[in-house]
Design a binder for this molecule. Structure first.
Ligand code: PMP
Length: 287
């Protein structure tokens, strides 16, 4: 079955799915996106993702392209048409098509695009050995809480990570504190076994995986703290990991040139990953 995409009311073969050259997403990055994981055919945390989509749009004063119920129908139809079991749906909404002019057009209809992508399960070796991250200055704007498609700083820093043979780059603010990864949230585990991740201000994207993991941590009786941590603290932490809709809970075992802990995936990280995977499975079971 050829891959299908959804563009402004139509399902099209992926290669023929296009938007106009004067779409403001293309001209100004005037739009937002969401990535919703799909596990065994089930959308994970659909409501929180749609809440964040609506919030991002609200912050940019872009109208919802349609009612939430209609978006949910399209999400399901696209999963069906692509026979998607494990992967994710990418959704993008822009302010729409208008002659190029920075200020908002008087009238425009939001563009809605959705695509799907399959994802292979993470390899056991990666989960055992963990991944490495580099650190780099955070050069982004002051509203990183909006899931904007303006991702150039994230692109550049992820490229730097790839060129250094690392999986991710942790961005660092002017005070030497980690904000977040280029496409994931950053976590450490302290000596007294507390999971620490930066508090959700305008400096980071409030990851849905981050939010769900905080709930899982609480439900399982582990302790956590939402506060910034420095690169120095991260390098001497007991464990480190990152979270995102595609990495779930991923152990981080090297930061720049320093191993984290004993350089192997940590105990709490492994436990949290397992609880998070169970949490996703329960959603498939209607839980
Ligand atoms: N921060 C940034 C900058 C991201 O791009 C992402 C992934 N979209 C995340 C954090 C993690 O968010 P989520 O758990 O919702 O995928």
């Amino acid at each position: 079955m050829p891959r299908q995409a959804y563009v402004n009311g139509r399902y099209l073969p992926h290669g023929q799915a296009t938007v106009h050259i004067e779409d403001r997403g293309f001209q100004f990055a005037d739009g937002i996106y969401e990535v919703v994981p799909v596990r065994q055919g089930t959308l994970i945390d659909e409501e929180p993702h749609l809440d964040r989509l609506e919030r991002s749009l609200g912050e940019l004063r872009i109208a919802m392209p349609m009612r939430r119920r209609a978006i949910k129908l399209i999400l399901r139809e696209l999963i069906r048409r692509n026979d998607l079991h494990d992967g994710f749906v990418y959704m993008q909404v822009t302010r729409g098509v208008a002659p190029r002019d920075h200020k908002f057009p008087a009238h425009s209809t939001p563009t809605l695009v959705m695509t799907t992508r399959r994802m292979k399960p993470h390899r056991e070796a990666v989960l055992r050995d963990g991944v490495s991250v580099i650190t780099a200055p955070d050069i982004r704007w002051g509203r990183c809480d909006i899931k904007s498609v303006a991702l150039l700083p994230n692109v550049l820093v992820k490229q730097a990570a790839a060129e250094a043979g690392a999986y991710e780059a942790w961005q660092v603010d002017d005070e030497g504190r980690v904000t977040e990864g280029s496409s994931s949230n950053a976590w450490i585990v302290t000596g007294d076994n507390k999971a620490v991740t930066r508090d959700a201000t305008h400096a980071i994207l409030n990851g849905i995986t981050r939010l769900s993991l905080l709930k899982v941590i609480e439900a399982e009786g582990y302790s956590f703290e939402e506060r910034p941590f420095t690169v120095a603290e991260a390098k001497t932490a007991r464990e480190a990991f990152l979270t995102s809709s595609s990495s779930f809970v991923m152990p981080v075992t090297r930061i720049d040139d320093a191993p984290v802990g004993d350089g192997r995936s940590g105990k709490l990280t492994a436990a949290l990953r397992k609880h998070y995977m169970d949490y996703m499975t329960e959603q498939g079971a209607g839980g």
